[in-house]
Design a protein around this ligand. Structure first.
Ligand SMILES: Cc1cc2nc3c(=O)[nH]c(=O)nc-3n(C[C@H](O)[C@H](O)[C@H](O)COP(=O)(O)OP(=O)(O)OC[C@H]3O[C@@H](n4cnc5c(N)ncnc54)[C@H](O)[C@@H]3O)c2cc1C
Length: 413
């Protein structure tokens, strides 16, 4: 039997490799970059995705590295509390929510893949350039990205495009789709060593849809030393055209955006201090893509950002890629390495993830921040003058149901 080919050794591709391998399916991963480096800043793993990783034996490694997030708090731009809720175990889930450095998570997954599937199971420097479908299989064509030279043609039973927001697999089926859709907002992302804030396991969001600051700790090691490796994202509406370059690693100076946050010093978080303390700041336009009408074409499908890139709202980007990997594996285990399995996977996942993409365009659970800004731009004496408790609860609960991580959904598995 030919192996399943996975293009992309990011969060989704590596999780799929682990899950397929455990199901007894032969799999090979091809990653475009020559050397995988621990890139990115923080991401969150919601409990439903942690459950998948726990099933794959990754829980203790994650717990040793990541922060078990205990609470999420929304504030207005004046630092007044709008809403807070417990998260993970503190909220009664049977698994934690983790905040983790994306690069460390990718390395944990990569180490597990190499340990279980064998050295060389992830072939780096293999950029998927195209593929040919033939009866009963797919041949993937790989190039060396820096010089474009073809380096391999590999025959597989299936091809899974886990190749991220600039997916070649997606473009091959939707050649006229064009660039990702720009929200008019720009994100500046970084990590800073700082004092712990709000108990050391809290994620905060401050502001509204045109100016926001998100911050949360991501390092268990720093936490044990009484310190915090604090991930943060400053976000501003900038309008205009989408930048031509969408590169996760584009470094810029703080002067590009710092002045807008100069007055955001709260007694629980010093935003200018965090910005000034960053080692490096990365700029990324907030983009997504419209939900697709079809992911699976014969023996080729997509997962993660290739299939459904979404705004980083509600902490779902990595989580949904991991859930895709689990669903794909379940269907292949049931129906074999077949087009029918890929169609069943798509049926499970396409509608759900499309709904999250659209919910995130409406600010997802962060809608409470926008409502507070619109109804009380100068602040409030008590939040219930502005939004009722019932409305606050409904917005939080509806998003959890849409994204599949209400406590009931997760705990019953
Ligand atoms: C370098 C980098 C840094 C990131 N930093 C952050 C961050 O700080 N915060 C955040 O929220 N999200 C970040 N993301 C995105 C985040 O990882 C994803 O939104 C989410 O985890 C979904 O995972 P994914 O596997 O679908 O995509 P990704 O994690 O983006 O993985 C896609 C992988 O495919 C590889 N690839 C791309 N094209 C090809 C090709 N043609 N052939 C073979 N391989 C290919 C990429 O190099 C990458 O390793 C980052 C992504 C990357 C690639």
């Amino acid at each position: 039997m030919r192996p399943v080919l996975i293009a992309g050794g990011g969060i989704g591709g590596l999780t799929a490799a682990l899950a397929l391998h455990r199901a007894g399916i032969q799999v090979r991963v091809f990653e475009g970059v020559r050397t995988i480096r621990p890139l990115g800043v923080g991401i969150n793993l919601l409990p439903h995705s942690v459950k998948v990783l726990a099933d794959l034996g990754m829980l203790s490694a994650l717990a040793a590295t990541a922060i078990e997030t205990e609470a999420l708090v929304y504030f207005n731009k004046l630092g007044q509390r709008i809403w807070s809720e417990p998260r993970g175990i503190a909220a009664g889930y049977d698994v934690p929510q983790f905040s983790v450095h994306r690069g460390e998570l990718q390395f944990l997954l990569l180490q597990a893949v190499e340990a279980r599937l064998g050295a060389g199971s992830v072939e780096t420097g293999h950029h998927l350039a195209g593929f040919d479908s033939e009866p009963g299989g797919v041949t993937a064509v790989f190039t060396d990205r820096p010089n474009g030279a073809e380096i391999a043609r590999v025959a597989g039973s299936l091809l899974v495009g886990a190749d991220g927001i600039h997916s070649v697999v997606r473009r091959s089926f939707y050649p006229d789709e064009g660039p990702a859709v720009f929200s008019g907002r720009t994100l500046w992302r970084a990590v800073t060593e700082s004092q712990p804030f709000l108990g050391g396991r809290t994620m905060v969001m401050v502001g509204h849809e045109s100016q926001k600051f998100v911050s949360y700790p991501i390092s268990a090691a720093e936490h044990r030393r009484g310190r915090s490796l604090t991930n943060w994202i400053a976000e501003l509406r900038v309008g205009g055209e989408a930048p031509s370059r969408h590169d996760w690693n584009k470094e810029v100076p703080a002067s590009v955006f710092r002045d807008s946050f100069a007055g955001w010093r709260f007694d629980w978080l010093d935003v200018p201090g965090l910005i000034d303390g960053a080692r490096a700041i990365y700029e990324f336009p907030m983009v997504d893509r419209d939900p697709l009408p079809q992911w699976t074409f014969g023996l080729v499908t997509m997962l993660g950002d290739a299939a459904h890139p979404m705004y980083p709202i509600g902490s779902n980007g990595a989580s949904q890629a991991i859930l895709d990997a689990a669903a794909l594996t379940r269907r292949i285990a049931e129906r074999g390495v077949t087009a029918a399995a890929l169609e069943a996977y798509e049926e499970d996942r396409r509608g759900l993830t499309g709904a999250i993409v659209l919910a995130n365009r409406q600010n997802g659970p962060e809608r409470v921040m926008q409502i507070a800004e619109e109804r009380a731009p100068n602040g409030f004496a008590h939040i219930h003058e502005v939004i009722s408790q019932a409305e606050l609860e409904e917005i939080a609960a509806r998003y959890k149901r849409t994204a599949g991580f209400s406590r009931e959904q997760v705990n019953r598995g």
